[in-house]
Design a protein. Sequence first.
Length: 232
Amino acid sequence: MKINFYFRFPLVLFLSMVIGMSGAFAQNYAQVGYGTTSSPAWTGALMNTYWHDNICQIDFPACDLLAEGLLPGDTINSTGWFLMSSQGPMNGANLSVTEAGVTTAVWNDGGTGWTPSFGWNDLSFSSPLVWGGGDLMVEFCFDNTTYSNSNTYQYTATLTSTVNYAYADGQAGCSMTPLSGPESANRPNTRFGYSSVVLLPLQVVRMQLHLTTIWQRLLTTAHVLTLVLALT
């Protein structure tokens, strides 16, 4: 029984190291905002279907993203909001992200309209973005020809204005221009899905070589212990 243990221990240790390394590539979420207050039913900034058209621009300073675990170089692959309703569809819905003055269209409804559901609604990016470490502005808009009850969402109050928006009837939602300057400090709770590669390619190679060396040494140690046991 002791001899079997000495053979098994190096394998268990080696597999534990490999599993630990794989965690560096896991899917993660950086959630900005944990408030539980719901937006008003008719004048909310985001996904306001009480009006035909709505555009909402939400600011995320880099310090807010860093505080929630996002790091420069991480790949953002989704953005989501916590909805307290399910009103839709929102036709011509589009999502874009702006960093350092560069705007990237990352999601759209595919021409079929989109209706949210109660809880987290994560919109997966068609083109994942590598975060450069700067402030982000996320824009969501849609263009309907009818109205319904409005969607509501959970938000968190920020110290400065972080939400810029506009809603109206008979307009082109995604072409609307919000008022100059942010209008609200009630920022919708938002989470960013991202994958984080902690190890650079060269570091991965070095780690593999290091683990191979450890494995060889452990096997050697196991053989020596087995021989000692056999002799005693």
